[in-house]
Design a protein around this ligand. Structure first.
Ligand code: KIV
Length: 279
């Protein structure tokens, strides 16, 4: 029997009660870094819109954007389960549209599809799951519509959250993201559900924790208060680029022709960038 190459949704469902990390990635090199760091669940989030594409919200992100970046992360990774966001406008109007969009993401490399909404979106979750595509739900603050509705205020209505959480589990989601939910409600939701909760700004009780890559690495100027920076790559990159520019201006780079002779250029210098050089 063929062994699935990537971690399955059933394996993630089995992590209920275990603490597991999730990080976003949007391209092959950082997908590769995340997998090398031990992440076996990676989210290709539509936060892509802000942290990579320069929009000020996720609503401009298209299915084509998500497919392109899901494909890039898939090419940079081997084993990680890739949850890919269904962007705004790709699932709301009908079950058929939602299934077609989820199929496009799977064709691009997704292991599962994530969509925003609770009880209101449960029929779409059920339809996609019935089509054989594993689904992750996303409740609490919903960035795709936050600016159009209640904004980015933390969700504290425990009964509403529990009702949404139960509805998405019942519909067939194998995990649920809780975004900016008060920690007590997140703890109760986590204790109530049989599927894992993955928190972002939702306290310590969630089964998994997810952060946006650019917040973890210090690559984006504005990080939400619940995020933790583990590096300052934007300032490191600026310093490295300044050093290169200075070297060109002062003549320190390039080095003399005799030095270059030692660097034999490979025939295809970027050929193996996705998964690294073959061993
Ligand atoms: O798009 C994204 O990165 C997300 C996380 C905030 C959970 O959905």
């Amino acid at each position: 029997m063929a062994v699935p190459r990537r971690l399955t949704s059933q394996a993630i469902r089995g992590r209920k009660g275990a603490r597991f990390p999730v990080v976003t990635a949007y391209d092959a090199p950082f997908g590769r870094c995340a997998e090398a760091a031990g992440f076996d669940v990676i989210l290709v989030g539509d936060s892509l819109g802000m942290v990579v594409l320069g929009y000020d919200s996720t609503t401009q992100v298209t299915l084509e954007d998500m497919s392109r970046h899901a494909g890039a992360v898939a090419r940079g990774t081997d084993r990680a389960h890739l949850i890919v966001d269904m962007p705004f406008g790709s699932y709301e109007s009908s079950d058929e549209h939602a299934i077609a969009s989820a199929v496009a993401l799977v064709r691009a490399g997704a292991s599962s599809a994530k969509l925003e909404g609770g009880a209101n979106i449960a029929p779409r979750i059920a339809a996609i799951a019935r089509a054989g595509i594993p689904v992750v739900a996303h409740i609490g603050v919903l960035p795709q519509t936050a600016a159009l509705a209640s904004g980015y205020r933390r969700k504290t209505d425990r009964r509403a959250l529990l009702a949404d959480a139960r509805a998405v589990q019942e519909a067939g989601a194998f995990a649920v993201v809780l975004e900016m939910v008060d920690p007590e409600s997140a703890a109760e939701t986590t204790a109530t559900l049989s599927i894992p909760t993955i928190g972002i700004g939702a306290g310590v009780a969630c089964d998994g924790q997810v952060l946006v890559l650019h917040d973890v690495l210090g690559l984006y100027p504005h990080a939400p208060p619940f995020a933790k920076r583990y590096a300052e790559l934007a300032s490191d990159a600026t310093a490295a680029l300044r050093a290169f520019a200075d070297d060109v201006r002062t003549g320190a780079f390039p080095v003399a022709a005799t030095e270059h002779a030692r660097d034999v250029a490979p025939a295809q210098p970027y050929a193996s960038i996705a998964r690294g050089p073959e061993a």
